[in-house]
Design a protein around this ligand. Structure first.
Ligand SMILES: O=C(O)[C@@H](CO)OP(=O)(O)O
Ligand SMILES: [Mn+2]
Ligand SMILES: [Mn+2]
Length: 557
């Protein structure tokens, strides 16, 4: 059933009133874990979040934010912003990109689909280029999927394959790039032994090359374009393994920030620029950090940087990254069909909506929240405000980020009387947590807590309601641990810093003067996850959620 035929009318909640301003605050990367020195949320002064916790169990509880609760393949999959905000916004659990690609590869259906058939046309005379994040993080991509794609494509006639890798260190340990390159080089050597001309052609660290998002810094995408498409980069190597090892040591970059490099042959010529007649697949399944490159690869009319050369290629994404823009047009696996999101329901029921974050998380409370759709549902009912993020820095240099500005914008929106829902994402604990800088992350957590206070204070003033939650863990655990939970040491006896998200649950807290007496968390949804928050939110606006939404977390007694 398409949206046009759906009735968006929500039933009135039998006990809860309408017309209260509801603030929905998402702390990015704020999980719950044992209090120790590697738990930056515990170490930081966070009086606001601490006081909310005092409301347990009736006004504060934990929910699941990883694995199957958010549509990921296994319980070993950490949460992430895409699946977390999808679940928060959609109120249901959809099988996510990681899982859909697994299924399509396991059945082989990926190779029968329209997207693969389209790129296959280039195999006879052209090169197949695979561009994406090389790790087993499972947030944006997975190396085992790349391996299966390589195998499947070569079995189906790809004779010349070039891999353009982005090193990770953000969803996996820093330094693990070396092992992933070794693994994939083994696969490529096997392909070569079978007569396929396959090799790595270029690379760079994900945060410095290609994987920017929400148009924060086009220079990042341009650096990638130059290396991948034009075959030009400041560093040239004979092998990717040598490239990664050397660049980690000198200029001493970490995996996230390796400078761009190209692989050259004996005559110094780049081995794999993208040329007319080639095929390109971006193998990340997650959308946000592939959309900008997808535009550069697909749009005739593109002005965000000078592409110098725009080759005539057949391009497909692993998934379609933006359903509204139909970007890219061709893709190997259909994305989850996330329809009838809570945001769409609420605007059709008169809830005037304000959403805000800074650039690096702006699409989280808009695009991801709305089921991977850019734009408004009803323009006259919604306002989305983006505060420009700093670019060109790692956020441990600026751990306060724009928390204060986000808090101010939310406060003003609440006090304006123009909105019924005010939704924000506060990025600090996540963005600074990813740098692995423990001291800076402590500062970040404190700043996030202060932003929460500003918003809750405004809610107090207008007699509203707040719901504070998070999309997944990060800053609450900054060290890699063994099965017993003890910090792991590396060869030199240093602790192994965890830059990634975690498997930890996240808090949900409700309160505010507008919260009807007798509202409390139910005790019969112990397995509740992020997808249960949408129905809860609808209740706080005075509505009952649609039947197929995951059940509400609250009851009125
Ligand atoms: O930075 C990102 O892309 C991911 C980690 O890979 O973080 P988040 O899901 O919080 O956006
Ligand atoms: Mn996040
Ligand atoms: Mn993150």
């Amino acid at each position: 059933m398409g949206s046009a035929e759906v009735s968006f009318k929500l039933a009135d909640h039998p006990k809860l009133p309408k017309g209260k301003v509801v603030a929905q605050i998402v702390l990015d990367g704020w999980g719950e874990a044992n209090p120790d020195q590697f738990n930056c949320i515990h170490v930081a002064q966070t009086p606001t979040m601490d006081s909310l916790k005092q409301g347990a169990p009736e006004k504060w509880r934990l929910v699941r934010a990883h694995g199957k609760a958010v549509g990921l393949p296994t319980e070993d999959d950490m949460g992430n912003s895409e699946v977390g905000h999808n679940a928060l916004g959609a109120g249901r659990i959809f099988a996510q990109g990681a899982k859909l690609v697994d299924i399509a590869l396991a059945s082989g259906k990926i190779f029968d689909g329209e997207g693969f058939q389209y790129i296959k046309e280039s195999f006879k005379d052209g090169t197949l280029h695979l561009i994406g994040l090389l790790s087993d993080g499972g947030v944006h991509s997975r190396i085992d999927q790349v391996q299966l794609l390589l195998k499947g494509a070569s079995e189906r006639g790809a004779k010349r394959i070039r891999l353009h890798i982005l090193t990770d260190g953000r969803d996996v340990l820093d330094g693990s790039s070396v092992g992933f390159v070794e693994t994939i080089e083994n696969d490529l050597a096997q392909l070569r032994a079978n007569g396929v001309d396959a090799q790595i052609a270029s690379g760079g660290g994900r945060m410095y090359v290609t994987m920017d998002r929400y148009e924060n810094d086009w220079g990042v995408v341009k650096r990638g374009w130059d290396a991948q498409v034009l075959g030009e980069a400041p560093y040239k190597f004979k092998s990717a393994l040598e490239a990664v090892k050397t660049l980690r040591a000198e200029p001493k970059a970490n995996d996230q920030y390796l400078p761009p490099f190209v692989i050259v042959d004996d005559s110094g010529k780049a081995v794999g620029p993208v040329l007319d007649g080639d095929a390109v697949v971006t193998f990340n399944f997650r959308a946000d950090r592939m959309t900008m490159l997808a535009k550069a690869l697909e749009y005739d009319d593109f002005k965000d940087f000078d592409r110098v050369r725009f080759p005539k290629i057949r391009y497909a994404g692993m998934l379609q990254y933006d359903g509204e823009l139909k970007l890219p047009n061709k893709y190997l696996v259909s994305p989850p069909e996330i329809d009838r999101t809570s945001g769409e329901y609420l605007v059709h029921n008169g809830v005037r909506t304000f959403a805000c974050s800074e650039t690096v998380k702006f699409g989280h409370v808009t695009f991801f929240w709305n089921g991977n759709r850019s734009g408004y549902f009803k323009e006259d009912m919604e306002e989305y405000v983006e505060i420009p993020s700093d670019s060109g820095i790692t956020f441990n240099a600026q751990p306060l980020m724009k928390a204060l500005e986000i808090g101010e914008k939310a406060r003003d929106a609440i006090l304006s009387g123009k909105f019924d829902q005010v939704r924000v994402n506060i990025p600090n604990s996540d963005m600074v947590g990813h740098t692995g800088d423990i001291e800076a992350t402590v500062v970040a957590c404190k700043a996030a807590d202060q932003a929460v206070k500003m918003i809750i204070d405004a809610i107090e003033q207008v007699g509203g309601i707040y719901l504070v939650t998070a999309d997944h863990g990060n800053a609450e655990d900054m060290v890699k641990r063994n099965k017993k939970g003890e910090p792991l040491l590396d060869k030199n006896g240093n602790i192994q810093i965890l830059t990634s998200h975690t498997l930890q649950p996240v808090p949900v807290a409700i309160g505010g003067p507008g919260l009807a007496p007798g509202v409390r968390f139910r005790s019969d949804v112990p397995e509740g996850g992020l997808a249960n928050v949408a129905a809860t939110m609808m209740n706080l606006h005075g509505f009952v959620a649609p039947d197929d939404y995951e059940t509400t977390l609250i009851e009125v007694v």
